[in-house]
Design a protein around this ligand. Structure first.
Ligand SMILES: Cc1ncc(COP(=O)(O)O)c(C=O)c1O
Length: 445
């Protein structure tokens, strides 16, 4: 191994190369990644001291700071309360908690809190193979760390959705403490409305994992989980919601049962699972929330339009895009079955060689042991949309992808066109260019 200073030199070099490669030279289509605006990045740069601080303690029923254990908190408590209120205001809730450092942390605290509140260890979830996140599953956080028993929703592969009628039977029979919705391969709104009554009947809390679609929800697209009957939203803050990496939980506690749930979730955050809450991200999160309030509607509409355009175009050009009968998607992603062109592994790698970055993905009908070479690709459109791609640009990008997928041209050759296309989109749209611009926007009312 090299000595430490040389290793540091290498890591600085690798970081510079990464920033150039992924931010300037690649087209990013990974559906779980966000794109921060210059204003959000600048706010992160203005929050370096906050990044060193601790704010351990309890919060109250509104999600505000109640008790802190260290001194020096006067502005930190204000910052946390403001970030909490900003998220509450954007998503129209009476309670939020912004202390979660990731979406997985939000799930951990919510699942733990709700299992304590319901005194019930059973949780109905979407099958992992049908798009749930590993943190929902018995093989991941839910089972292996929290010790929850998973029972699967019934999933209809043709509809690419939970089968509400059949899942109602499952929920009635299992009587779980928690029913979850939401996921990672997430094309269509989940049937919360349809299952709310049966969840109430058995006394189950509904937790909706909005990690992938939070930005779409902020923009009034996809679905409105809390108004459709979810008790809590858990989420990352850095996918379609273009904030810094972090997590959030939100809800409208309006009954003793919900107030009890909030208390247990707060207990699961502190003292159970958080010490440092990474406060340096909160001002930047707040700038991203303002961007979603101002530009979120327009952005969300264009993201979904771009995803649907790509679905239609790839399909017309001989690629099997899932859910054709349903218009391909209502979210920021599409799923394609790429077996006839060599499988997920090969095509994802070939596209990477052309500087188009996406991920191979298991499809609901795949053998779950074929994770290494699944049938599918998951393609996300939130990044390119924020960079300003419209439908015409999406078709051009699809043409480049088709050249690779159909082996019409070598990936290295396509890469030259990808670099040229990427250069055309130098500015981030649907956001502020700096913090001053955000403040001027506010001043103008
Ligand atoms: C549905 C869902 N929930 C939770 C997570 C985990 O979020 P984080 O990476 O913020 O922990 C992901 C990650 O992609 C996800 O897709």
């Amino acid at each position: 191994m090299k000595d430490l200073p040389e290793l540091v030199q290498d890591i600085v070099e690798a970081t510079k190369k990464h920033e150039q490669y992924r931010d300037k030279e690649c087209i990013n289509m990974i559906a779980s990644e966000g794109l921060k605006s210059p204003a959000v990045n600048q706010m992160l740069d203005l929050s370096h001291d906050l990044d060193c601080r601790y704010a351990e303690g309890e919060n109250d029923a509104q999600g505000h700071v109640k008790k802190r254990y260290y001194q020096g908190q006067k502005y930190m408590s204000q910052i946390e309360d403001l970030a909490t209120d900003i998220m509450k205001s954007l998503f129209n809730t009476t309670w939020a908690d912004v202390r979660l450092v990731s979406g997985t942390h939000a799930n951990l605290a919510t699942f733990k809190g709700l299992s304590l509140a319901s005194k019930n260890n059973k949780m109905v979830v979407t099958p992992l193979s049908c798009g749930a996140h590993i943190s929902h599953d018995y093989t991941g956080l839910a089972g292996n760390i929290l010790g929850l028993d998973n029972i699967n929703h019934v999933y209809n592969i043709d509809e690419f959705n939970i089968d509400a009628e059949k899942s109602a039977y499952v929920i009635r029979a299992a009587k779980p403490g928690i029913v979850t919705f939401g996921g990672s391969l997430f094309l269509f709104p989940h049937p919360i409305k349809e299952l709310r009554a049966v969840c109430e009947e058995v006394g189950a809390y509904i937790a909706y994992d909005a990690s992938h679609v939070l930005g779409l929800i902020a923009g009034g697209q996809f679905q409105d989980p809390l108004r459709e009957g979810a008790d809590f939203i858990t989420s990352s803050t850095h996918k379609t919601f273009p904030g810094p990496q972090g997590g959030v939980i939100m809800g409208n506690p309006n009954s003793p049962v919900m107030e009890k749930a909030v208390k247990k979730i707060q207990f699961a955050i502190f003292p159970l699972s958080a010490s440092s809450t990474h406060l340096g991200r909160l001002p930047a999160l707040s700038i991203a929330a303002l961007e979603m309030k101002v530009f979120g509607g327009e952005l969300a509409i264009q993201i979904v339009k771009n995803a649907q355009t790509a679905g239609q175009y790839l399909c017309e050009n001989g690629v099997k895009v899932l859910a054709e009968n349903k218009g391909f998607t209502k979210s920021h992603q599409i799923a394609v079955d790429i077996r006839s062109f060599g499988g997920g592994n090969k095509i994802a790698q070939d596209l990477e060689d052309a500087n188009i970055i996406l991920n191979k993905n298991l499809l609901p009908y795949d053998d779950q042991s074929s994770k290494g070479d699944p049938s599918g690709l998951r393609i996300g459109f939130q990044d390119v949309t924020r960079r300003g791609f419209g439908e015409g640009d999406i078709k051009h990008l699809c043409d480049l992808m088709l050249d690779v997928i159909k082996s019409k041209r070598k990936p290295a050759e396509v890469k030259e066109d990808v670099l040229a296309l990427r250069k055309e989109f130098g500015k981030i749209k649907y956001g502020f260019q700096n913090v001053e611009e955000a403040l001027n926007y506010i001043k103008k009312g």
